[in-house]
Write a protein that binds this ligand. Sequence first.
Ligand SMILES: NC(=O)c1ccc[n+]([C@@H]2O[C@H](COP(=O)([O-])OP(=O)(O)OC[C@H]3O[C@@H](n4cnc5c(N)ncnc54)[C@H](OP(=O)(O)O)[C@@H]3O)[C@@H](O)[C@H]2O)c1
Length: 319
Amino acid sequence: MNRENHIQTIFGAGQVGVPLAEMLAGRGFDVRLVRRRAPGRAMQGVTWMQGDVTDATFANDACRGASVVYNCTNPSDYHRWHGVLAPLFNGARDAAARAGARFVVLDNLYMYGRPERTPFAEDTPMRPCSEKGRLRAELARGLFEAHERGDVRVAVGRASDFFGPDTPNAAIFRPQFFQQLARGRAVDLMGDPEQPHSYSYTPDVARGLMTLGTRDDAVGRVWHLPVAAQLTTRELVERFAAASGRKAKIRAIPSWALRAVGVVVPLIGAVAEMLYQWEAPFVVDDSDYRRTFGGEPTPLDDAVARTLTSYGVTRPLAA
Ligand SMILES: NC(=O)c1ccc[n+]([C@@H]2O[C@H](COP(=O)([O-])OP(=O)(O)OC[C@H]3O[C@@H](n4cnc5c(N)ncnc54)[C@H](OP(=O)(O)O)[C@@H]3O)[C@@H](O)[C@H]2O)c1
């Protein structure tokens, strides 16, 4: 590695930004990890920077000399993306362009809408069926227009719903889920738990982004990052329960109830808008990534065990 490609900037120190920083630092890069809140835990090779990606002067400082800029930001409020998400994406993209850096973007799957076939691949047409999805589609198009114009070299990694250590903002496998599991109580699930669904393990997502940042053949397109869990939501819950020595207890929240509450509670309304993903098979084809880069996701048993350990869920003592 020569000196010029030593610096890597990550905007967003959340569920994926942090493990990505640790992995890049482990590879010997000088990592700048950016968020607005105060710096988090110290990591060797990682310099925390406190600031706002939408502040161009700050973003320029954060990207100065960087060879790769990663966008792992997300708005803090799930129900307030309008007017917030685009400045995050565009702020990071423009700072990467000014620095002459490759721009690697962590993205979700909202832009596809209800896929007509499953599993769906990177060439599935973007037919969003939600406000959030329309926004994502618009931003995805904007990114590749910037790439085509030669403003910035772009690589996009798309992931499905997260699980993993320290995922406070995951749709289902979040701290409350593991608290309920540890107490032997029923876990709440939205949508239809019997539908197949892809779940991405956050360390695999971080590793996938690192590949997009370091491999030249990754540039100029979208990649579906390796998916650790391709099963029904009920089956994944059962894997967590079995690995923790408990019986799975599920309480399905009726979709009509979520939609009704969503009319008056904006956050629930934003969740209800995306329910379609759990009402039909929602399975991602990640074979192109695997074929090209040779990366396999973490074996599911290991991913489940590491996630349980991180949440302190241990097997109950024998009576
Ligand atoms: N959650 C999922 O299950 C999931 C699944 C697939 C894909 N994704 C996608 O993955 C991406 C990252 O999401 P995530 O859930 O990993 O994010 P996250 O854990 O919520 O972290 C977001 C980070 O962005 C930072 N941030 C927000 N606004 C900022 C600003 N103006 N300037 C600088 N930093 C800012 C936040 O810190 P501060 O608030 O301190 O600034 C935080 O560190 C998003 O595009 C998301 O849609 C998420």
